[in-house]
Design a protein. Sequence first.
Length: 222
Amino acid sequence: MDNYYGYRPFGVEHSIIPERPNMNECFTVWSDQMDLIPSAQNIPDLINSFLGWRDALAPFVKGILDEIARSFSATAAPSFKKTSYLQINNSLPIPLERELLQDKHEDGHMVTVIHSNTPGLEIYANGKESEVILPILPARNEVVLSPGSVLTALTGGAISPLYHHVRNHGLDNRQSLMYFVNPEIDKPLYSWVKSSRNERIDIREQVQNAPLMFGLPPIEAL
Ligand SMILES: O=C(O)CCC(=O)C(=O)O
Ligand SMILES: [Fe+2]
């Protein structure tokens, strides 16, 4: 797929249906694979800021995931660097008739670390069908950690995915920066909790194929 690494224009990615694309353009940095980004050599400052942010977040994410894994009697969380990526979304200024910049979704990853500079993000506080929808705006020195359906699979359903959408406030300078964290898939990845048939399920296919729901290609181990 063109436009998967580096700059991705508006129109490629959707949350529910392709006819309603997410109203933002993106820039993504996957793993350490700078050679996949067109013209990366011309934008070293941008790339280095992305990697600096990723390297600051990775130990924090590992600490939290290890703690969760241990509470389910797993030794540690799976490695995640090669299958995870940073993405900045630049929201497009559009008329308020379009209520949502991104429709309701969960990210389909293990966790997402989010920071945004202006309001818009709203969470379904009591699960997918929640009637309580709360705006979330991290302070300048805060991030939001959002669980996705891969963590749900790992925990046998104990941790639900956090459904959210992005409201259009008609702002012309809204950016959000996400670290989308996926477990590596070079060897079987078993859920931490046994199924009702007393088995541990290999969840690699789920990890790999989750982005298809947004019109994006499967996860690759880079
Ligand atoms: O823009 C935001 O605040 C969140 C973006 C988001 O949910 C996503 O890209 O998956
Ligand atoms: Fe999201």
